[in-house]
Design a protein around this ligand. Structure first.
Ligand code: ADE
Length: 247
């Protein structure tokens, strides 16, 4: 997977992506990351990349020319037409399903805006996907791009090693992950659920599944509708919620 990030703050991307699992995947050549400084492509003698908005109003607008040329510097070197993701609160909200789908691409270009926005003409010309990471407004697209690249990278074979397997993740089957415990058996007077010490794998699996169902019902009931759960499990959740409401 090749990631190209068009940004005014390439060092933010490089520093943010160079540690831990993603940093290791880059080192192992499973991931390639290039942060392209939009400022390097401006025709302005003063290195300007933004200007006042036509029609007036507060803030500055990122100009079309440097962004388009930065994009061309990437796209012209590729044998395929990459999807270009514009990070914006006006986009479709990113989720695990989108991460899984984007992980199938050969490469992705992320366009990070700043200031009040980007000249609409260059967006019309190059953007294939407008994506938001949630209903709140950030100062720029760099953090959203990094969130997306991290979530997508985890779906690419080889990025997670065995011990970090994505199988049991929250959202794997549309449910939240079960609670985890580690040593010691008793901490602060609180014991680990005894079933986890039983050595009975079938029972542990059943308990974890139940905990996933309960946790999802408690914290994100909106996810249950689309979750991959059996009719029996649906019944279990219904009973759980009914009994809880009675208490
Ligand atoms: N840029 C600013 N806010 C954003 C958000 N919530 N998602 C994606 N890009 C953004």
């Amino acid at each position: 997977m090749e990631y190209y990030v068009l940004t005014l703050f390439p060092e933010m991307i490089e520093q943010g992506m160079n540690t831990s699992i993603i940093g290791r995947a880059i080192e192992e050549d499973i991931l390639h990351l290039k942060a392209v400084n939009i400022r390097d492509y401006t025709n302005s003698r003063h290195g300007k990349t933004d200007d006042y908005p036509y029609g007036g109003g507060a803030g500055m607008v990122m100009q079309a020319q440097p962004i388009y040329d930065a994009y061309r510097s990437v796209a012209d070197g590729l044998s395929y037409r990459p999807r270009v993701i514009h990070l914006t609160p006006q986009g479709r909200v990113f989720d695990q399903e989108m991460a899984r789908e984007l992980a199938l691409e050969k490469g992705l270009v992320f366009l990070c805006g700043h200031y009040e926005g980007i000249d609409e003409r260059v967006l019309d010309e190059i953007v294939t996907d407008n994506v938001s990471i949630g209903d709140f407004v950030l100062t720029g697209g760099e953090l959203p791009a990094m969130c997306m690249m991290d979530a997508i990278a985890r779906m690419i074979p080889g990025v997670l090693h065995n011990e970090e397997s994505a199988e049991d993740d929250s959202f794997g089957d549309g449910l939240l992950e079960f609670p985890q415990y580690s040593r010691p058996e008793c901490w602060n007077g609180i014991h680990v659920p005894p079933i986890l010490l039983s050595g009975d794998h079938a029972k542990v699996d059943a308990w974890r599944r139940e905990q996933s169902l309960i946790r999802t019902a408690q914290r994100r009931p909106d996810l249950l509708e689309k979750a991959a759960i059996s009719p029996k499990e649906r019944e279990f959740v219904k009973n759980y919620l009914a009994n809880r409401d009675e208490q």
